[in-house]
Design a protein around this ligand. Sequence first.
Ligand SMILES: Nc1ncnc2c1ncn2[C@@H]1O[C@H](COP(=O)(O)OP(=O)(O)OP(=O)(O)O)[C@@H](O)[C@H]1O
Ligand SMILES: [Mg+2]
Length: 311
Amino acid sequence: MNDTAIAVSGLRKTFGDKVVLDGIDLEVPAGTIFSLLGPNGAGKTTTVNLLTTLMKADGGTARVAGHDLTTDAKAVRAAIGVTGQFAAVDELLTGQENLQLMVDLNRRAGGGKRVVTDLLERFDLVESAKKPASTYSGGMRRKLDLAMTLVGDPRIIFLDEPTTGLDPRSRRTMWSIIRDLVTGGVTIFLTTQYLEEADQLADRIAVLDQGHLVATGTPDELKRRMPGTHVRLRFTTVAELDAAARIFPGATRDDETLALRVPSDGGTKSLRALLDRLDEHSIAAGEFSVQTPDLDDVFLALTGHDTEAAL
Ligand SMILES: Nc1ncnc2c1ncn2[C@@H]1O[C@H](COP(=O)(O)OP(=O)(O)OP(=O)(O)O)[C@@H](O)[C@H]1O
Ligand SMILES: [Mg+2]
């Protein structure tokens, strides 16, 4: 494989008259994490389905692991692993049996038992290995699902919303497993609705909205396209908010929450100046916080609507 794990150009997919992907381009260097970010229905799973040969595109070209998606689908399938949005775990089988099934399907000569034991240990599933998967929690199921994907030792792994529905602790476990995979040279194509997740994991992020990639870049690059750091002041009365808005003309106000956003570099000097200013005018703020932009702000800035409104 060369240095590009996934290269996509002009990828299109429509369902009936609904255009889900309207010609998207992207490139994922080998050994990196690429995150496709978007709200419900943006087309994340569709993209994964196309790139993993589960579905056919209406247009465009894509190479995965150096193989053309349409002319060499078999070679693509041999190089990749997919953990779908909905766990592919067989409920009736135990964790151990699910893994063994994958080993058998992969026709791994010998060593199959070792692979199963290793994966159970690595994913902290030894204790429940002999229980039916139907008794597993959502987090355990997701871990088992990913473990099953790893049986074939794929060099490129597609993870469709791997942490949706997981509690913060299980999410962190999943993140560290994903990071370990990348340390081992694996390329990860990850979809998520969690801006924080993309921020935490991804080398590059693409934001999918209404059929287009509206932005691509590193988490920091995307953040730089944002209004920037600001101080948020909250007041208890409209009169106070009015008074504060008068002394900080560059600020934006939110009447509903009685809050004022004052642009600031967040340094001690400017914070002190800001507080002195409030003091001079005898205005007291009920709340005071320094806010750096997060990816939620990025989404709002890039798409003109927030992630909720897009639902
Ligand atoms: N097989 C299909 N037939 C018809 N429409 C489909 C099909 N698969 C997906 N769609 C539509 O395509 C759009 C994108 O769906 P997709 O599942 O790719 O979104 P998503 O970004 O994965 O969303 P979510 O975050 O909810 O998983 C949706 O409007 C969906 O209804
Ligand atoms: Mg999906």
